[in-house]
Design a protein around this ligand. Structure first.
Ligand SMILES: Nc1nc2c(c(=O)[nH]1)N[C@H]1C(S)=C(S)[C@@H](COP(=O)(O)O)O[C@H]1N2
Ligand SMILES: [Mo]
Length: 381
């Protein structure tokens, strides 16, 4: 009986077919173009084998890697319990019903309860969040999309007099019961006020229609649409207006190279906006039998950038010419874009799949560097 590997699960043919029909745990490929009979999924090689879709570790070293290989074309969001986690909730988090956010200007400050923020939350769009440290050896699973509800940071800032200050530092609770082996505690980020307004940054209290979970920053976290996750401070406690000579925070310095800064600037104002460039990667390579032939279908996503990606090019070897990706689906809200491409490899062996945004004017620093290229081993053509 042939076995089919899908994400971390292996099915025999019968289980696989029922997985397709029943969509167990969201595993359903029905929405991808069919064409022939699906006989398996070719795994990406050289990406490690961490458990996916399950919380690992605790506090600052806690993680959850999202299994993106199971996404369907209609999946504009990831279920909350499968949304990636970078840093799990501290054991020392204060009780949520006493939680307050301090908003401080140069002349006075106000304090707002989390309950008030929840009560005044308005639904927002779907937004993708990606950890700037999203990495190959966790299958690039530090990338997820959710629908959010919250209160714009601008609305809160309107309630204090900025007195001419043009930067704002947003800080989260970041004290843990155990020391981290890999990360520096202290989560805060300094933003130019103009970027807070332009990005429509908001304090989120809900995710996918429910109150935030502890691991995702309950009771209140920052979401900065279009910026890397390291800016999206969880467990927010303070928003303070600061001057242009504010120092970069430890978080900004820790993430300087991952957010494409030049060196590690000392002052916050010397940091470029930590926005996510347009990017794309394959998430699944399906093997299909069409009559007597074997055909492959590469399925993937595109995200980041300031506008939805409408056209992509793909190549299967560094030396090869790029060709246009066959189908790029319309994007739902501000989530990722799905794409598919059928592929008839001419030989067996390894192929490295790389994407390019067709519009050469779009900035794609990570794509250009091969950051999201993924390798498969083809054993049958
Ligand atoms: N207080 C606090 N906020 C934080 C962090 C943290 O360690 N502490 N990690 C940041 C990083 S690096 C990322 S990628 C996002 C991840 O959000 P998520 O765990 O909800 O996916 O939270 C950010 N907010
Ligand atoms: Mo991150």
């Amino acid at each position: 009986m042939p076995r089919v590997t899908f994400g971390s699960k292996t099915f025999n043919r019968r289980e696989w077919v029922s997985a397709l029909i029943l969509g167990r745990g969201g595993v359903l490929l029905g929405a991808w173009p069919r064409g022939g009979q699906l006989t398996g999924v070719v795994p990406f090689v050289g990406e490690g084998n961490p458990p996916m879709d399950t919380p690992l570790g605790q506090e600052l070293d806690g993680r959850l890697f999202t299994d993106l290989s199971r996404l369907r074309t209609e999946d504009a969001i990831v279920a909350t319990d499968q949304f990636y986690i970078r840093t799990r909730a501290s054991r020392l988090l204060p009780p949520l019903n006493s939680w307050r956010v301090q908003v401080s200007g140069p002349k006075h400050s106000i304090s707002i309860s989390a309950r008030d923020l929840i009560a005044h939350s308005e639904p927002s769009d779907v937004h993708v969040i990606e950890c700037s440290g999203n990495r190959r050896n966790a299958h690039f699973g530090m990338l997820s999309a959710a629908s959010w509800a919250g209160v714009p940071v601008s609305t809160l800032l309107d309630r204090v007099d900025a007195g001419g200050l043009r930067y704002v530092v947003i800080s989260g609770f970041d004290t843990y019961s155990t020391p981290s082996e890999t990360s520096i505690p202290g989560a805060s980020w300094v933003f130019p006020l103009d970027d807070i307004h332009a990005s429509a940054a908001f304090l989120a209290t809900k995710m996918n229609g429910q109150l935030l979970t502890a691991d995702h920053g309950a009771p209140v976290r920052l979401v900065v649409p279009g910026w890397y996750g390291c800016c999206c401070i969880k467990w927010v406690i303070g928003i303070s207006l600061v001057s242009g000579v504010a120092e970069a925070t430890s978080q900004m310095r820790e993430y300087a190279s991952r957010t494409h800064q030049r060196g590690t600037p000392a002052l916050a104002r010397e940091y470029e906006p930590a926005t996510v460039d347009a990017a794309a990667m394959p998430i699944r390579v399906e093997k299909r039998r069409v009559g007597e032939r074997i055909k492959y279908l590469v399925a993937g996503i595109a995200w980041g950038g300031s506008r939805p990606t409408e056209a992509l090019d793909i190549r299967f070897d560094p030396g090869q010419q790029y060709v246009p990706v066959e189908s790029v689906y319309p994007r739902q809200q501000a989530s990722w874009t799905f794409w598919t491409h059928s592929w008839l490899p001419q030989r067996t062996g390894r192929y490295t799949i790389q994407l390019r945004v067709a519009d050469p004017h779009v900035r794609t620093r990570r794509l250009d560097a091969g950051y999201y290229s993924r390798t498969v081993e083809i054993s049958e053509t």
